[in-house]
Design a protein around this ligand. Structure first.
Ligand SMILES: Nc1nc2c(c(=O)[nH]1)N[C@H]1C(S)=C(S)[C@@H](COP(=O)(O)O)O[C@H]1N2
Ligand SMILES: [Mo]
Length: 395
C-alpha cells in the first residue's frame, strides 16, 4: 500500500506539467496519442502509461552514439516501485544451489570484483509495436523503446563463482525490488540457462554511461544481457537464485513467448503458431533517425539521411536504402563499430530531384547474412523488424 501511495505521489509531480492526468486506475497499454512528460530525474519523454511508468525516447536523441541517461526509455510491468533505494540497506542476494549464500552491497560489488564495461543496446521486445499490421494489443511504442549505453559493473559469472555454485545447476533467475500492486499479478522474475548466466558477458551493472543508473532505469543494479531483448535486463535487481530444475515462472512460461524456430518470431494472423518459446536474441533491424517522418527538406539539395542498425551481436555488415519501393537498393555508409553489442550508425546522401513527396526504405544485413523481411507479424507485437519506411517531403 505504501509503495502505491508513493507511486501516486511521484507521478502526481511527474504529470503536473501536462494535460489532465489519467485516472489513477488507468493502466491502459493502448495509448496511441502520446503525451510529453518530465518525470523526476529525467528530461522530456513520451508517456505511454503512467502506472506503471512506460516512457519512450524521442527520435532526435538517436543522433547520438550513446543515449543519455536522462532520456533513456523506461518500461516497468508492475506499479509497485520504490521511490528511492538506500545503498546503506540495499543488498543483492544470491541464493539457491550455492555453497555460500551472499548478500552484497553495491560497494561490495565495486570493491570485491573486477569492473567491466560493455557497450550494448537495450531494446524492449515490443519496440515498434505500433507499426504492426494488423495492429496488436500492448504498449503502442514507436521506435523509441530502445537505447545504446556503456554499462559498467561486474560479470555475473564472477558473482556466481564467488557464491560457489554447485555442479548440477540448470537455471538462474532474477528478481527486482518492484512488486505487483495486486496479489493476482505475478511478480516479475526472469531466468537464463546456467550456461548463459556464466558466459562472462552477462553482467550486473551499477553504472550506465559512467553514472549511477537513474531510478526509473533500475537503480541501483540492472542485469545486462548483451544481444538479448531487454525483458531479461532485470532492473532494481535484488535477488539471484540458482536452480537445479527448469524455472517455471509466469514471465518465462506465459509471457514473452514467440513462435519457435522463426528467426524473426513471425507467424500469420490466420494460422497462429502452436509451438512458442521464450524470446531471446535480438533480430537484425534498422531505423531512420533523420529526417524525421514527414519532415520537409530542400529539393535539389543533398540531404544527410541517417539512422541506425542493430542485431544480437553478430555485427551489422550492410545497410541499404531504396527510393523506388524496393526495386533497387543502394548501400549506406556505415560509421565505425562501437562494439559488437552496440548499434551501428549509418548515413546516406539523398538529393530529392524535385519538389514533392518521397518515401525511402531501409534494410540491414548482419554477418550471419540475416536481413529484414518486407512484412513481419506476430500476435504479441515482438521483434519488429520489417523493412522500415520513411515518408518525407521536399520543397
Ligand atoms: N524489475 C524489473 N525489471 C525489468 C522490467 C520490470 O518490469 N521490472 N521490465 C523489463 C523490460 S520488458 C524492459 S524493456 C526493460 C526496460 O529497461 P529500462 O526501463 O531501463 O528502459 O527492463 C526490463 N527489466
Ligand atoms: Mo520490454
Amino acid at each position: 500500500m505504501k509503495c502505491i501511495l508513493i507511486f501516486v505521489l511521484i507521478f502526481a509531480v511527474f504529470l503536473s506539467c501536462n494535460t489532465p492526468s489519467t485516472s489513477p486506475d488507468v493502466n491502459t497499454e493502448d495509448t496511441s496519442a502520446n503525451r510529453w512528460v518530465k518525470p523526476t530525474g529525467k528530461d522530456s519523454l513520451l508517456l505511454l502509461t503512467d502506472r506503471p511508468p512506460n516512457l519512450e525516447t524521442p527520435l532526435k536523441y538517436f543522433r547520438l552514439d550513446y543515449t543519455p541517461n536522462n532520456v533513456f526509455f523506461v518500461r516497468w510491468h508492475l506499479a509497485g516501485l520504490p521511490d528511492s533505494v538506500s545503498l546503506d540497506t540495499f543488498r543483492l542476494r544470491i541464493k539457491g544451489n550455492v555453497n555460500k549464500e551472499l548478500a552484497l552491497s553495491v560497494n561490495d560489488l565495486k570493491t570485491k570484483f573486477e569492473p567491466v564495461t560493455i557497450t550494448a543496446v537495450c531494446q524492449c521486445s515490443g519496440n515498434s509495436r505500433s507499426f504492426f499490421d494488423p495492429r496488436v494489443p500492448g504498449g503502442q511504442w514507436k521506435n523509441g523503446a530502445l537505447g545504446n549505453a556503456k554499462w559498467t559493473g561486474v560479470k555475473l559469472k564472477d558473482i556466481l563463482t564467488y557464491a560457489g555454485v554447485k555442479g548440477d545447476s540448470k537455471e538462474v533467475s532474477f528478481n527486482g525490488l518492484d512488486k505487483p500492486p495486486l496479489q493476482t499479478t505475478p511478480d516479475f522474475v526472469k531466468s537464463l540457462s546456467y550456461d548463459h548466466a556464466n558466459d562472462g558477458e552477462v553482467m550486473v551493472a551499477y553504472e550506465m554511461n559512467g553514472e549511477p543508473l537513474p531510478l526509473l532505469n533500475g537503480y541501483p543494479l540492472k542485469l545486462v544481457v548483451p544481444g538479448w531483448f531487454a525483458t531479461y535486463w532485470v532492473g532494481m535487481l535484488s535477488d539471484i537464485e540458482v536452480h537445479t530444475k527448469p524455472f517455471e515462472g509466469f514471465w518465462m512460461k506465459k509471457a514473452y513467448l514467440v513462435p519457435k524456430g522463426e528467426p524473426n518470431g513471425a507467424e500469420h494472423p490466420d494460422s497462429l503458431a502452436k509451438d512458442l518459446v521464450p524470446i531471446s536474441v535480438m533480430n537484425v533491424r534498422s531505423l531512420f533517425v533523420a529526417p524525421e517522418p514527414n519532415e520537409v527538406v530542400k529539393a535539389g539539395v543533398p540531404t544527410d539521411v541517417q539512422g541506425l542498425a542493430l542485431d544480437g551481436g553478430f555485427g551489422i555488415t550492410k545497410v541499404e536504402l531504396s527510393a523506388d519501393s524496393g526495386k533497387t537498393w543502394q548501400p549506406a555508409k556505415l560509421d565505425p563499430e562501437l562494439g559488437k553489442y552496440s548499434w551501428r550508425r549509418w548515413h546516406y546522401t539523398f538529393t530529392p530531384p524535385e519538389k514533392g513527396a518521397y518515401v525511402l526504405l531501409v534494410k540491414a544485413t548482419n554477418a550471419k547474412g540475416q536481413t529484414q523481411p518486407a512484412h513481419q507479424w506476430n500476435r504479441s507485437g515482438y521483434m519488429h523488424n520489417e523493412v522500415e519506411t520513411l515518408p518525407f517531403k521536399a520543397e
